[in-house]
Design a protein around this ligand. Structure first.
Ligand code: SF4
Ligand code: SF4
Length: 100
């Protein structure tokens, strides 16, 4: 079984059951429910744990009722580019011949 890297929250009462998200999901982890919501529509549900958080479903949903969550990398930190540039300047400065 694949590890969960993403998941979705669907506002089922406002889903119109258009199925666009089901078709758009590359992981095929969405489907329409057998039950109906208060508006009388079969609503979309996540039924597999293979969601990658790709957001395709949220992008195609005409009613914007899907919220996507994606697991963040916990061990990797982004290195600010300015820090790298400053270090490079310091090294370049010490290696440059003196102009005096
Ligand atoms: S975020 Fe991507 S993988 Fe997850 S349910 Fe939506 S379309 Fe499928
Ligand atoms: S695209 Fe939106 S409205 Fe259509 S079935 Fe999926 S969640 Fe419901």
């Amino acid at each position: 079984m694949a590890a969960i890297r993403g998941t979705v929250e669907i506002d089922i009462e406002n889903c119109k059951g258009c199925e666009l998200c089901v078709v758009a999901c590359p992981q095929k982890c969405l489907k329409l429910s057998t039950g109906i919501n208060k508006q009388g529509y079969h609503y979309a549900v996540l039924f597999e744990d293979t969601c990658t958080g790709c957001v395709n479903c949220a992008l195609v949903c005409p009613d914007a009722v899907i919220t996507v969550y994606r697991e963040e990398k916990k061990t990797m930190k982004k290195v600010p580019l300015e820090t790298v540039r400053d270090s490079a300047e310091i090294v370049a400065g010490t290696e440059s011949p003196s102009t005096k």
